[in-house]
Design a protein around this ligand. Structure first.
Ligand code: ZN
Length: 295
């Protein structure tokens, strides 16, 4: 089954939701970067969150980046998503060996940055301190403090004994400003101790999970759920030799001249998809002579 996301409204439009099935996306990241179990869990959660938050963007060309810089041995992670379900990411220490569950130990204290590029000169950036180092609660805290939107974020990654990803997914549920006390307290109770990981393990789809949340298991009362869109969710890198050339050019005149003097081709590896790009000394010389190198 391909990965996908849904978005929609529930409880008489008092709540909006985004939910994802991201198993293949996370597995692709694991293979691309050779991720250890704990890093698959960490980056898998951040990728799922990035895809969901990308789907929250208003314009087709918007880009959303989530960055974690932390004291734990994982050191840092970065994920970029667009509004159409394309997501990619990388991590500083892909092979970190810790039990898969030990996110708090792997990440520890740090800062989560949410960077929104909506085509303005400078992207919008919001920083918050990590409060739980499990990414889901950290994002819940981010939405509450930076966006003033009461939210519930749940993320989960499950792995098989052979370390392949068995299931990954998550959701973001947000209260609209006019949400009434009844739905607020209902969700508070319903989501207390709710494990998206356990539900994914049972083979639940994003639709199942959202419907399940809005159905009271005790009273049998259910709220209306309306899925407005279904989007893909794919691990996808849009790098190209032209783009990488731009990065090489930005190294500057002096650096380029030194590389040309070495008389050997240079190799640049894309951080997101590990594709290797090679530039011969003649190509570097051409970049210099075309006057595209500014400094
Ligand atoms: Zn790439």
């Amino acid at each position: 089954m391909s990965d996908y996301m849904i978005r929609g409204m529930a409880a008489n439009d008092q709540v909006r939701f985004f939910a994802a099935a991201s198993t293949n996306t996370v597995e692709q990241a694991r293979i691309t970067h050779g991720l250890s179990p704990v890093v698959t869990n960490a980056l898998g959660r951040l990728l799922t969150a990035g895809a969901l938050m990308g789907a929250m963007c208003k314009n087709d060309t918007d880009k959303l980046t989530l960055r974690i810089q932390c004291q734990g041995p994982i050191k840092g992670m970065l994920v970029t998503a667009d509004s159409k379900g394309n997501v990619k990411g990388y991590v500083s220490e892909p092979e970190l060996l810790l039990p898969a569950k030990d996110l708090k130990e792997a990440i520890d204290l740090g800062v989560l940055s949410v960077i929104k590029d909506i085509g303005l000169k400078e992207p919008y950036m919001g920083d918050t301190h990590l409060v739980a180092s499990n990414i889901a609660e950290d994002l819940t805290y981010y939405f509450a403090t930076s966006d003033q939107i009461p939210s519930s974020v749940a993320l989960g990654v499950l792995q098989n004994d052979d370390l392949t990803v068995r299931a990954a997914g998550g959701f973001i549920i947000q209260l609209m400003p006019f949400a009434d006390e009844e739905i607020i307290s209902y969700l508070e109770t319903r989501l207390k101790g709710y494990s998206v990981t356990a539900e994914l393990d049972r083979g639940k789809t994003p639709e199942d999970i959202i419907r399940d949340i809005f159905t009271d298991p005790a009273g049998g009362k259910s709220y209306d759920v309306s899925v407005t869109d279904t989007l893909p969710c794919v691990y996808c890198c849009d790098c190209s030799k032209e783009r990488v050339e731009q990065a090489v050019i930005s190294l500057g005149r002096r650096e380029l001249a030194a590389m040309i003097a070495d008389e050997k081709p240079i190799e640049v590896v894309c951080d997101f998809c590990r594709t290797k790009y090679s530039f011969a000394p003649e190509e570097l010389l051409r970049m210099l002579s075309e006057g595209r190198v500014k400094n």
